[in-house]
Design a protein around this ligand. Sequence first.
Ligand code: SF4
Length: 236
Amino acid sequence: MVNPGENNPSVEGIKPPKHNYQRDLEYIIHGLQKRGETPTLLLHACCAPCSSYSIEYLSQFFRITVFYYNPNISPDEEYRHRVAEIKRFVAEFPTKNPVTLIEGPYEPKKFYEFVRGLENEPEGGKRCRKCFELRLAESARVAKELCADFVTTTLTISPMKDAQVLNEVMEEQCQKYGVKRLPTDLKKKGGFKRSTELSAEYNLYRQNFCGCIFSQREAREREARLKKDTEESSAP
Ligand code: SF4
C-alpha cells in the first residue's frame, strides 16, 4: 500500500517534507477501531529494547507475531544474548491481545554475502539499506506464509534509522510477496523515550552498537574519539 504523499519527487532541487508514517498508522488504527477489528501483524523485531514500546503500543490494536530474524548480528554470543532478551520480554510483558514470538534462522554468512563490497560504508548508508532489504524480505515472506494481515518492523523506533527508507524497503518487499505493509515511524509520539523507560523497568540489555561487526567497529572508534576528546579537554 503506497500512501498519498509518499515518494514525492523533489521540485527544483527542493526536498519534499518527510512523510508522516505515524499519521498513516493512526488513520489505519482509527478505521480498525471503528470496525471493531483486531487484525494479525507480523512484527519484525531487531532487539528487545526496540520491541518494548513497539509491542506495548501495537498490541493494543493487533494480534502480534514477533519475528526475530537478524542475520546481521555478530558475533554469535551477541546474537544469542539479544534473542534471549526479546524472548524474556515477550514472556514477561502483559498485553491486551496475544503476542507470540518466532525465531528465524541465524544465517550470518548470508548477511556477509548480501553486503559484500559495502563493508566500509558508514552506518546509515548503502550497506544498511541492503541489510534492511535482507531482513524485511524474509519478514514479508513469512507474513505471507502465515497469512498475516499486516507486516512491519520495530526498526523505525531508532533515531539512527530513517523511517522513510525503512518504509520504502518494506513496501518493495510487500509488493513482491503480496502482503500489506503497516506504515510506522515508532520513534514518534515519544516512542523512543518510552522504549528507554521500559528497558530500564525490565532491565533489558541495551547494546551500544547496531548489530554487525562493521557497526561494532564504528562504535569502538566513536568511543575512542570521545575518550580522547574528554582527556584533551580536561588536561591542564
Ligand atoms: S549498521 Fe546496522 S543496519 Fe547497518 S548494516 Fe550494520 S547491522 Fe545492518
